[in-house]
Structure formats: structure tokens, C-alpha cells
Design a protein around this ligand. Structure first.
Ligand code: IFM
Length: 444
């Protein structure tokens, strides 16, 4: 089988501001919901906060040089809203803008194409104090923040993503409560999801107006599900999971509205829809960012609403977090997205693996991670051959970082970061990634 990629394919790595920058009080940065959440005892497994994370705010030149070493030709990073507008909707902080402007210059000088995510979870705390994303005023604040950033960087940055993983921003953070702001209320979570989608739809034309040659997209995380058995109960549970997790976000932005099964299952927790909202959400996008890590196996013993996700044990490739390594699902997902939604471009904006890495004589032999990534990129040439317009693969992550509620315990990087000394070590996976990018093909 031919394992080469089309000319111009992006081999990137991805990060997010709060996970790597540290420097949470430097140069006028305001407090974010993640600062508040992490400072709350019991919320982060390791008891850490976003300081120092990887200190990338200070070490960005070193990090760009490392990106170049591992052969990446693209970099997906996010902007910290509280660095730009510390209280969310007030004064603009020029020092925050300057940081990202310098980062972009550094990337371009290294021949690395920037992909910018506007919102990867670090909402200014001052906005959360007024209701956060559940308050429609946050939409307007987001638009002003977006305009400010695009105005500054749009002459050099041509790839823009509005939001990263709306499911996490809404459900994981406001219904399950595992992420900031840590609420447990379905109605709030669905209001958050709705307002996020409206803000996305309103941001798309604003970005284009300030950056006419921009490619604009949104990043969704997908959890394709399969039934544990062939029982009708499991089939119903899979369908409900699919609607709540995948379609709830994908269908509104592609003009299909909220999925009916999930809408009725949510009962009176569903969001209020104002005139024009559903139309606004469908602003045409240039690409869909696809985050994929694993599939879900669903089993239901009582009713679809009580269905459980059971991750299958795969002894050879098991990820410590319980995510099964199952790359065929990535191929199926991309093929389905193309055949059913026919979007102009698809980009794998995140894929990667968490393993317990060990430094051995100054090296990190993370063979399991190489196997994971190799297995996933190996399914892509065929997918592209079949006509799916896939234009890039971004590995999560450039380097080990602050993995949200897990703190720095969970390592996803192609580059190892020593939490105490901040020393960076390119792992074997990073060296291998450089060979993949150079060959523009799957290599051993
Ligand atoms: O670290 C996260 C990232 O911020 C969003 N997607 C999943 C990654 C791994 O959990």
C-alpha cells in the first residue's frame, strides 16, 4: 500500500495557551477560569496550577527551534484571551498582543505555518463571574476579542479556528464539572454550547472581514461509538451518545439543527433559541478540525440514558488513561464526515497518546507513542486516495504540558519536559516524526 501524502500536506503539532505558557500573572495577564479552578483544592490531580506549565511564554524561541528540529511545518496554538483583554471585555493589553505577534514572527522565520485557535478554554474569570458562556453577553465580548486578535495577526496568520472542542467547554466543564468552571448543571451546559455555536457563527465573517484570505474553521472532538452487543438497547444507547457527543455540535454548524433524539432526551434543559440563531451558526467554514483519540464502546443494561462507556482492554497498546488504540475509527470518521457533510477541507487537528515516559541516559524511548501515531497516520493515505480532502495532521502535543485536571502527570509530548528544570528532550517519537515530515510519508 502506498503510504505517501500529497505535496503540501501539513505535519504539525498542537498546544494550547494555558497548557504551555505559564507566566499567568506576567505583563498584565488577567485571571482565567483555569487559574481559579486549578487554585481550588482537589480540582487538579497533582495539585498544580498553570504556573509554571512549560514556561513557553518565556521560552517560545527555544520551542520554535525544537519544532523545526522535529520537522514540523505547521503549529497549532491558542491565544489566551486574558492576556489580550484581561477582564474579558475592557481594556486591551498591548503586551499580550505583542507576545503572540512575536511568536508568529518566530514561526514564520522558521518556515512554520501558524494555525491559531481563538478559544481553547481560558475564559477571563471576570466574564465567568457574570455567567460565563451561559450569558449571551460573552458572545459579544468574544467577538471583540476576536477582532482585536485578527486585526493584529491577520496580516501573517491565515488559518483560524474559533473554538476547540465545544463538547468539553460545555458538557465536560458545566455538566460533568471535571473542567473549569466546574459546574454540574445540564441546562447551563446546554446554554453554554448554544452560545458557543452562535459565537462561532458570528466570528467567522468577522475574521474574514479582517483577513480576507483567511481559512476559518472550528475544532470538534469526536467520540465515535460502537455497541458492546447487538442488543436493541445498545443500539439505542449508541445513537443517543452519537447525537449528544458528536451531532449536537456538528449538525447545527452544518445547517441540520440540533439532533432530535438528544433534544427530546434533554427535556426542559434544552437551550433557548433566539430568532436567527440557527442561521447564524451555519456561516460557511473552510475547514473542520477533527480531534480524535479513541472510539467508545457502549453498553446499556437498563435504558439508553444509563448506558455506560466501556473501553475495551487492548493489552498491547492500552493507554494508561483507558483509551483504546483503534485507528480504523479515524479512517471511518473522516470518510463519514466527507460523505455525509461534504466540507471543503478536513484537518486532523489533534491525535496523540499519553504514556508514562522515562528518561534513560538523557533519552526517551517512547516506542508505544511511535506505534500509536504510526498506526493512525497509516490509515490516512487511503482515506485521501478515496477523495477525502484531508490537508493536515497535527500531533497532540508538541511537548508534555499541563494536562488540565491531570496536571503534568499525563505526558502527550513528542518532546519531554522536565517539570522541575524545564529541560526539553526530544523523545524518540519526535525524532521519528521529523523523518515522517521530511519523507512526507509513513516511515518505520
Ligand atoms: O490536552 C487536551 C487538549 O487540550 C484538548 N484535546 C485533548 C487533549 C488531550 O487530553
Amino acid at each position: 500500500m502506498k503510504k505517501e501524502f500529497p505535496k503540501g500536506f501539513r505535519w504539525g503539532t498542537a498546544t494550547a495557551s494555558f497548557q504551555i505558557e505559564g507566566a499567568t500573572t506576567a505583563d498584565g495577564r488577567g485571571e482565567s477560569i483555569w487559574d481559579r479552578f486549578a487554585a481550588t483544592p482537589g480540582k487538579i490531580l497533582t495539585g498544580e496550577t498553570g504556573d509554571p506549565a512549560c514556561e513557553s511564554y518565556y521560552r517560545y524561541k527555544e520551542d520554535v527551534a525544537l519544532m523545526k528540529k522535529i520537522g514540523a511545518n505547521a503549529y497549532r496554538f491558542s491565544i489566551a484571551w486574558p492576556r489580550i483583554i484581561p477582564d474579558g471585555d475592557g481594556a486591551i493589553n498591548e503586551k499580550g498582543l505583542a507576545y503572540y505577534s512575536n511568536l508568529v514572527d518566530e514561526l514564520l522565520a522558521a518556515g512554520i505555518e501558524p494555525f491559531v485557535t481563538l478559544y481553547h478554554w481560558d475564559l477571563p474569570q471576570a466574564l465567568q463571574d457574570k455567567g460565563g458562556w451561559a450569558n449571551r453577553a460573552t458572545i459579544d465580548a468574544f467577538l471583540r476579542y476576536t477582532e482585536t486578535v485578527v486585526e493584529k495577526l491577520g496580516d501573517r496568520v491565515k488559518n483560524w479556528m474559533t473554538h476547540n472542542e465545544p463538547w468539553c467547554i460545555s458538557i465536560l466543564s458545566n455538566e460533568i464539572g471535571a473542567h473549569a468552571p466546574g459546574l454540574r448543571d445540564t441546562r447551563t451546559a446546554l446554554a453554554v454550547a448554544h452560545n458557543l455555536l452562535v459565537s462561532h457563527g458570528r466570528a467567522v465573517p468577522l475574521i474574514r472581514a479582517r483577513c480576507p484570505d483567511a481559512k476559518v474553521g472550528i475544532v470538534l472532538n469526536f467520540a465515535p461509538a460502537q455497541p458492546a452487543t447487538d442488543s436493541p438497547e445498545d443500539a439505542a444507547a449508541v445513537q443517543l451518545h452519537h447525537e449528544k457527543f458528536n451531532l449536537w455540535f456538528l449538525d447545527p454548524i452544518t445547517g441540520r439543527g440540533y439532533p432530535k433524539g438528544a433534544w427530546s432526551a434533554y427535556g426542559d434543559a434544552v437551550p433557548e433559541i433566539l430568532d436567527g440563531d440557527m442561521g447564524v451558526m451555519t456561516a460557511p467554514i473552510d475547514f473542520l478540525g477533527v480531534n480524535f483519540y479513541s472510539r467508545s464502546i457502549i453498553h446499556d443494561e437498563s435504558s439508553p440514558r444509563n448506558a455506560k462507556i466501556i473501553n475495551r482492554r487492548n493489552p498491547r497498546n492500552m493507554m494508561a488513561r483507558g483509551w483504546e488504540v483503534y485507528p480504523k475509527t479515524l479512517a471511518d470518521l473522516l470518510t463519514w464526515l466527507h460523505s455525509d457533510y461534504n466540507l471543503p477541507e478536513l484537518v486532523v487537528t489533534e491525535n496523540g497518546a499519553m504514556y508514562d515516559d522515562v528518561v534513560w541516559n538523557g533519552e526517551v524511548h517512547d516506542l508505544a507513542r511511535i506505534e500509536y501515531i504510526k498506526a493512525h497516520i497509516s490509515v490516512l493515505p487511503d482515506v485521501i486516495e478515496k477523495g477525502v480532502p484531508l490537508t493536515g495532521y497535527f500531533c497532540w502535543s508538541l511537548m508534555d504540558n499541563f494536562e488540565w485536571a491531570q496536571g503534568t502527570r499525563d505526558r502527550f509530548g513528542l518532546i519531554y519536559v522536565d517539570v522541575e528544570t524545564q529541560e526539553r528532550i526530544i523523545k524518540d517519537s519526535g525524532k521519528w516524526f521529523a523523518r515522517v515530515a521530511a519523507a512526507n510519508a509513513v516511515v518505520d
